[in-house]
Every structure is written in structure tokens, then in C-alpha cells.
Design a protein around this ligand. Structure first.
Ligand code: EPU
Length: 341
């Protein structure tokens, strides 16, 4: 039985905690339930949007339509050999709970991605990443329901066209699929190569005197780093990094570097230069700024926060001012990482 809720407050469905309302809301617990929903007038006669954990969305206003919450759960072992396991996880499962499950089962691959807010189904949408690892590195495949045909389709890595915080689901196929389940190929811990490229992980492990780290040690280090830098959405509303780190051409970078010699940067394989948006925002003077109940986090300028009294519109206005000021000071355009609804 499909249960529609009317005029539903969305504060608990977005990690900014904004109090926008949806005309209609439904929680979906299985792929079959979603396929039934596609046949209803509530779906057909309204605009609709699908949310997971609401950790990467900005609700700029009330939503005049149907909000679908993906609650599809379950974790199953699909295949196992002496070295690795393929796990299939429901799209509505909490990401960090899934990472903890992999750690409890001594499976390596996702330890650097500990404590990222959001759901498993939302993770491939923007190829979530942190501390030198992205989900594309252990992604096996996903099952998604085509919103037009109702068919369940399988996507292999090449179909998803993963890039830095990018996938086909943010571009050509935007708004056309619900991600019902995602499968990951994970290593049994004895066969797993840890990724310790990110200097700060090494520093934390050294401080703790850990010489031969396990996946559990790396996960704990990542949790410690995230908790020290990033605000907990349960306490201060936020959606993680609000902007993507910008990619620029080497010629533009040479000019910037001569004017700002201390600017942090990473050289990518394709020759492009990735800048740290947090540094640009901080050095344009925004870190710790507050206005209309919203602001720029004191410890990480890439994170915009709701101090409790703000509205989505206030974050939108603030983000535009930040974009203008970074553009005029550094000549660099910042693009939002979050999706506006
Ligand atoms: N920096 C500043 N000021 C700040 C913030 C950062 O100068 O206020 C500088 C740092 O000193 C450092 C550089 O910017 O030199 C990079 O900072 P950090 O390592 O904290 O990472 P980030 O580039 O700001 C990215 C991801 C995060 C992810 C971390 C760790 C994006 C948009 N963000 O942030 O992802 O956790 O790296 O891998 O790529 C998210 O996507 O929501 C997210 C939190």
C-alpha cells in the first residue's frame, strides 16, 4: 500500500535542516513499490524529485510536487572468492552504516570514505570521494529504475562515466533514474592495498604510533579528521562541501601562482590544475562570515552552514556573493557541488 503524506515538512529530509514543505511525500521501501508508484496519478500528475539522505541538496523554496524518499534497504553477498567479495547494497541504506558493515566483515576499499553523510544510492550520482579515494575505485555495478519505462537496468562502471564529483546521472541521464542498489567489489583485508596518499592520514596514524595500519585504523583516522574539520549536520545544518574544487588550465594557473605564490594546487593526469575552493574562499575573506542565520564554517570555508534561523534562499544568496568575490579576486569560477531544488 503506497502511503502519501500531504504538506510534509522537509526539515528532517535535508541536512541543512531547512523547513521547506513538500505538497506530497512518499517513502519507498523496494524497487517493486517504486514501480507501482510510477503508475499512480500522484506521480504522473505532479513534478517529482527523488531524495536519499538529503545531504547534497539545497531546498530554496517549498516544493510544489511529489518528493520521493529512497528507503530501499538490504545488504547481500553476490559473489565471493579467496581475495574479494561483491556486496550489493540497497540504495536507501545510510552510506556510513554500509561502510561500517564492510569494516565489520574485514573488507577493504571504502575505509577512506568513512563518515560521509548521505545514502548508498546517492553515492554514485556524484562519485563521492575523500582522502584520495572515490567510489569509482571499488564500484562494481548498479541497478536503476528507468522512470519512463519502469524497467530495472544495470549500469557497469563505463556506463556511469564517473569523474571528479560527476557521473552520467548528473548530466545526460539527470532526473531519469532511481538508483535501487549499488554493488561494490571489496578486497578481503589480507589482499587489500591501503591508500595513505593523503598526508593528513599518515600524520594521524603516526601521532597514534600506528606503524602497520589496518583498514580499521584508517577508518578511525578519517573519522577523527572529519570530526575535527567538518560540522556535524545533526548539530549545525550543512551539506558538506558546497562548491567543487575548480579545475583550471596551466596557463591561467601560472598567472595566479605568480600573484599568490602560496596557493595550494594539485596537478591532474590530464594536465589540468585543481585548486582548493576552501583556500580561495578563505582568502577572499569569507571564513567565519555570518549573515541572516547562515554562514561560512569557521574551520572549513568550503562548507556553508545554517545556524538554525536561515532559509535556503539565504544560502543561495550567500553562495552567489562568494562566487562573485572569488571571481573578481582570483578570476576563478566556483560551481556548486550541491543540487538546488
Ligand atoms: N583550505 C584552506 N581554507 C579552508 C579550507 C581548506 O586554506 O577553509 C586549504 C587546506 O589548507 C588545503 C586545501 O585547502 O591546503 C584542501 O583542503 P582539504 O584537504 O580540507 O580538502 P578540500 O579540498 O577542501 C575535499 C573534498 C571533501 C573531502 C576532502 C578530503 C571537494 C569539493 N571536497 O575538500 O569532500 O572530504 O577533500 O578529501 O572535493 C564533500 O564533498 O562534501 C567533502 C567534504
Amino acid at each position: 500500500m503506497l502511503k502519501f503524506l500531504k504538506s510534509k515538512l522537509l526539515s528532517s529530509y535535508n541536512t541543512f535542516g531547512f523547513e521547506a514543505k513538500a505538497d506530497l511525500l512518499i517513502e519507498i521501501n523496494s524497487a517493486e513499490e517504486f514501480q507501482k508508484l510510477l503508475q499512480t496519478p500522484e506521480w504522473k500528475d505532479n513534478q517529482h524529485v527523488i531524495l536519499g539522505g538529503g545531504s547534497n541538496v539545497l531546498l530554496t523554496d517549498d516544493y510544489r510536487g511529489l518528493v520521493v524518499i529512497n528507503k530501499i534497504s538490504g545488504i547481500d553477498t553476490i559473489k565471493e572468492d579467496h581475495k574479494s567479495v561483491i556486496l550489493k547494497c540497497g540504495g536507501g541504506e545510510n552510506w556510513h552504516h554500509f561502510v561500517l558493515y564492510t569494516l565489520q566483515h574485514n573488507l577493504g576499499g571504502l575505509e577512506n570514505l568513512s563518515l560521509i553523510p548521505g545514502t548508498v544510492g546517492a553515492a554514485p550520482m556524484q562519485n563521492i570521494g575523500a582522502y584520495g579515494v572515490e567510489i569509482k575505485d571499488s564500484f562494481h555495478s548498479l541497478e536503476a529504475i528507468n522512470l519512463t519505462t519502469g524497467e530495472l537496468e544495470v549500469f557497469m562502471p563505463e556506463d556511469c562515466r564517473f569523474g571528479y564529483r560527476e557521473s552520467v546521472f548528473k548530466h545526460e541521464l539527470k532526473g531519469q533514474y532511481l538508483i535501487a542498489a549499488v554493488s561494490f567489489q571489496l578486497d578481503k583485508s589480507d589482499y587489500h592495498q591501503l591508500n595513505l596518499d593523503y598526508g593528513i592520514i599518515k600524520n594521524v596514524l603516526e601521532d597514534k604510533g600506528i606503524k602497520s595500519p589496518t583498514i580499521h585504523d584508517v577508518s578511525n583516522a578519517v573519522i577523527q579528521i572529519r570530526q575535527s574539520k567538518l560540522p556535524d549536520p545533526a548539530k549545525i545544518g550543512n551539506s558538506g562541501s558546497f562548491f567543487k574544487n575548480p579545475l583550471i588550465e596551466p596557463s591561467q594557473f601560472e598567472k595566479l601562482k605568480s600573484e599568490f605564490p602560496e596557493i595550494p594546487f594539485y596537478e591532474l593526469e590530464d594536465g589540468k590544475i585543481k585548486l582548493a575552493a576552501g583556500w580561495l574562499i578563505e582568502n577572499a575573506g569569507w571564513k567565519g562570515h555570518e549573515e541572516n542565520g547562515v554562514g561560512v564554517h569557521q574551520k572549513q570555508a568550503l562548507v556553508l552552514v545554517n545556524y538554525g534561523k536561515g532559509r535556503g534562499e539565504d544560502i543561495l544568496n550567500l553562495s552567489r556573493k562568494i562566487q562573485d568575490s572569488v571571481l573578481s579576486k582570483f578570476g576563478v569560477e566556483l560551481s556548486p557541488e550541491v543540487n538546488f531544488i
